[in-house]
Design a protein around this ligand. Structure first.
Ligand code: PLP
Length: 403
């Protein structure tokens, strides 16, 4: 049959978060008052000075194709940022501007993974990593994060290493767990990467959202040997509330970046010129909005963790970064409510949506069962109301299920 789809479509699953979003949108359309705690984007507006730079770019007719790797002005601003803040020296030729971190991650995997290569992903993990690895022809291999604190468990990673290991993808601050990997464990992972000679793709999109004593550390800064093996990925989406502008970047040694740019030049040509000008302003302009946003997230996080841990049967570990909580709902699994057994985390999630009118994400979408992910990137008022609703909906399960 000539009109069938490509075989590669059989290996790619649609985004789980998009599926929850579709159900929430439909329920809202039918008039339901849902509080969305499922979305991974800041609820803040892009700062005015960044928007003004974009307006100026349009007025100046800065609306043509740009070099595929991104405009020099932006690549230089990114290189300065990486040197000053992350302690890694990259030249502008070692930076590729991408359509969000997602395109950087995908292009990086396309550039380094051959069929049959293995890519180790600590779990729970961001939903797109396994799909991207498979789409690039590789095999995702999972290694659990520490199960109490969700810290990086380098021993588990070492157990997963084989001669086919091409890369490890790390995400710190972590989506979905909200943990920040400490310098010691990142140095231990760097030692492994050099010993077994694999890449580390470091997804640092939440780097500015760290709380308390936690400190973000970039693995690429460990040593020149590690710099050669690191692909640092970052984005303007979360730091500057610019999710819709679709702009991020990858930084790595020159041959890796040249390959990424080759892919992008054939597929998208370049990121849109206006977003690139806005991104220059984001990096070079005032940074006070970032601190204001992070302080607000920290306040919400503390409130959320306290409320969650006060609910019988819920365990939520300490959070150090990003804007998610990832909590254990095991005692609620297997309970019957309204004639339906809650068989797994997806059922608990569905129950909370139908009964409590709150939208969360099931942990199994992030490769970890019996957990739920909640984003607190919404107003304090919404969070308070959502926690009340959740408490009520869970107490119903306890009453009916005799917990
Ligand atoms: N990496 C992680 C861990 C994320 O959570 C997200 C977005 O949710 C992305 C990458 C994608 O970010 P961008 O909007 O820059 O493509």
């Amino acid at each position: 049959m000539a009109t069938t789809l490509a075989e590669r479509m059989n290996i790619l699953q649609g985004s789980a978060s998009a599926a929850v979003m579709a159900r929430v949108t439909e329920m809202k359309r039918q008039g339901a008052d849902i509080i969305g705690l499922n979305v991974g984007e800041p609820d803040f507006a892009t700062p005015d000075h960044i928007k003004a730079a974009a307006e100026k770019a349009i007025e100046d007719n800065y609306t043509k194709y740009t070099p595929a790797a991104g405009i020099m002005e932006l690549r230089e601003a990114i290189a300065d940022k990486l040197k000053n803040e992350n302690n890694i020296e990259y030249s502008a030729g070692e930076i590729a501007v991408s359509s969000g971190a997602k395109q950087a991650l995908f292009s990086a995997l396309m550039a380094i993974v051959s069929p049959g290569d293995e890519v180790i992903i600590p779990t729970p993990c961001y939903v797109s990593y396994p799909e991207m690895v498979r789409f690039a022809g590789g095999t995702p291999v999972y290694a659990l994060l520490d199960q109490e604190k969700y810290s990086l468990d380098v021993k588990e990673i070492e157990k997963a290493v084989t001669p086919r290991t091409k890369a490890v993808i790390i995400c710190s601050p972590n989506n979905p767990t909200g943990t920040v990997f400490d310098e010691k464990s990142l140095r231990a992972l760097a030692e492994l990467a050099v010993k077994y000679d694999f890449f580390v793709i470091a997804d640092e999109v939440y780097e500015k959202l760290v709380y308390g004593d936690a400190k973000h550390f970039s693995i690429g800064s460990v040593s020149p040997e590690m710099r050669e093996r690191t692909i640092t990925v970052n984005s303007f989406s979360k730091t500057y509330a610019m999710t819709g502008w679709r702009i991020g970047y990858a930084a790595a040694r020159e041959d890796v970046i040249k390959s990424i740019v080759k892919i992008m030049s054939q597929v998208t040509s370049a990121v849109n010129s206006v977003s690139q000008k806005a991104a220059v302003e984001a990096l070079r302009g005032p940074q006070d909005n970032v601190a204001v946003m992070a302080a607000e997230f920290e306040k919400r996080m503390k409130y959320t963790v306290e409320r969650l841990n006060a609910m019988p049967g819920i365990t939520c570990p300490e959070i150090q970064g990003a804007f998610y909580t990832f909590f254990d709902v095991t005692p609620y699994i297997g309970k019957e409510v309204d004639g339906r057994v809650l068989e797994n985390d997806s059922d608990v999630c569905r129950y909370l949506l139908d009964e409590g009118k709150i939208a969360l994400m099931p942990g199994s979408d992030y490769m970890q069962k019996n957990r739920l992910r909640m984003s607190y990137a919404t107003s304090m008022e919404n969070i308070k109301e959502a926690m009340d609703r959740m408490e009520k909906a869970l107490s119903r399960i306890r009453d009916i299920g005799k917990m």
